[in-house]
Design a protein around this ligand. Structure first.
Ligand SMILES: *Cc1c(COP(=O)(O)O)cnc(C)c1O
Length: 433
């Protein structure tokens, strides 16, 4: 009789895991406060007192800036919009290249395309999965205008090294901190380490308002441009007396008062939620540290990780079975999270596919059917072939396992079920051969 659930044995767990739901009475009251006053949004797309939104939006921006120790916080309706604003404010356009990590959510790389520039992918570091400074420097050309660094999984990018490279080559640094609110690099908050930083408030993130994003910067001029792009720049400029028209097509990326009110409450919960994540990671790491086929996440000196996901490297040679078989066997022992049943058991192999392997880059089709902007002479040397970022491909195709059994809703018993599932599959690994 076989023991593993994937082979018909008894599962470790038959009950769903508790939902990671940070929404409570505070958010309910905040939403009611807005509903009761009837001002669900108070923006005007004109140079006017309401150009910067209503009370909740402004209060959120003030509180966010204070918490993260930065001069300006600008709310938007998603981190994706925030990245698009940041690339726009950086003055990027046709003929420019932006260096990006391929191991991230797709929007980090589409941001340059919105402004007719192209992403150029640099490889990642095999220990921290953040962009590798050496690979990045190799990809710099005379067309490079900016870098989009990603604090992937919640680990801040290597700011000292990358900012120095950026300074040397006069590049703007945009930090995608969607997965890293509260992470720290040498005493500074992730998100505030580059010229502009972007946080996400989408449903899957540490804290959320359903959808939402925040851009931060210490630069007054960039802040001005970000606010303009967020809110119908072209219509606002004449009244504002602003004469640089570069990238001043405005969008409507505005956050509503409802989301801002929720986000304010969520921000207050962030420190506690982060502490509890870190404690849970410590517990799981301690329990798994002696398994010879797993390598637990490392954290750079003087850094604080925010653990959006817990990324573990898997050694197929030591384990003796493929990563996908191993992950499928662990999944079979466990259950879904409440509220997120549709997402399946929250452990996966590979994280995201290196972005250059997406059809948009493989076929070089973005705007229209002819391949603009990739088809422009200035981009003839931009390469998206398989093999350009071998470390990233190795993480995706063979080594990486990510899971979320360290979210704050997990009890010790819940985490023990996860740990026992891993141990059980390891002890019975011959059943998978
Ligand atoms: C979630 C995420 C985004 C996009 O956030 P939205 O608010 O959903 O637009 C961008 N980058 C990274 C790294 C993310 O994890």
């Amino acid at each position: 009789m076989k023991k593993l659930a994937i082979n018909g044995g008894k599962k470790i767990r038959n009950e769903k895991f508790p939902a990671y739901n940070t929404i409570g009475d505070e958010e309910r009251e905040a939403v009611l406060r807005v509903l009761d006053n009837g001002k669900l949004s108070r923006y005007l797309g004109a140079w006017h007192e309401d150009f910067r939104g209503g009370e909740e939006v402004r209060a959120l921006e003030e509180e966010w800036a204070k918490y993260f120790g930065v001069k300006h916080a600008i709310s938007v309706n998603s981190a994706t919009s925030g990245l698009y604003c940041a690339v726009g404010a950086a003055g990027i356009g046709l003929g420019d290249e932006v260096i990006v990590s391929p191991y991230t959510m797709s929007a980090s790389a589409t941001a340059p395309l919105i402004y007719n520039a192209v992403p150029v992918f640099a490889d990642i570091d095999p220990e921290y999965f953040i962009i590798d400074p050496e690979s990045l420097e190799e990809r710099i050309t005379e067309r490079t205008k900016a870098i989009i660094v990603v604090d992937i999984y919640g680990h801040p990018y290597d700011a000292d090294k990358i900012n120095e490279i950026a300074k040397k080559h006069n590049l703007i640094v945009i930090e995608d901190a969607a997965q890293a609110p509260g992470a720290m690099y040498k005493g500074k908050m992730a998100g505030t380490l580059g010229d502009m930083g972007v946080y996400s408030l989408n449903y899957h993130k540490h804290i959320h308002s359903g959808e939402g994003g925040i851009i931060v910067t210490n630069n007054d001029e960039l802040a001005d441009k970000l606010r303009l792009i967020r809110n119908h720049a072209e219509a606002v400029l004449p009244g504002k007396g602003y004469d640089d028209l570069t990238n001043m097509i405005g969008y409507n990326y505005r956050m509503t008062e409802l989301e801002a009110a929720v986000a304010r409450e969520q921000l207050r919960k962030l420190p506690g939620l982060l502490d509890s994540r870190l404690e849970n990671v410590k517990y799981i790491n301690e329990a798994l540290k002696d398994l010879p086929f797993l390598q637990l996440p490392k954290v750079m000196d003087d850094c604080k990780h925010a653990y959006y996901v817990h990324g573990i490297k898997y050694d197929e040679e030591v384990a003796g079975v493929s990563r996908s078989k191993f992950v499928e066997a662990v999944k079979a022992e466990l259950m879904e999270f409440e509220l997120r049943e549709t997402e399946g058991v929250k452990i996966g192999a590979g994280y995201v596919k290196p972005l250059y392997l997406l059809p948009i880059y493989q076929n070089k089709i973005a705007y229209g059917e002819d391949g603009f902007p990739f088809n422009q002479e200035c981009y003839k040397d931009v390469d998206y072939s398989k093999g350009i970022c071998p470390v990233c491909e190795d993480m995706h195709f063979s080594q990486m396992i990510t899971h979320e059994f360290m979210v704050p809703s997990m009890t010790i018993d819940d985490m023990d079920d996860f740990i026992n599932a891993i141990n059980k599959v390891w002890e019975n690994i011959d059943e998978l051969k």
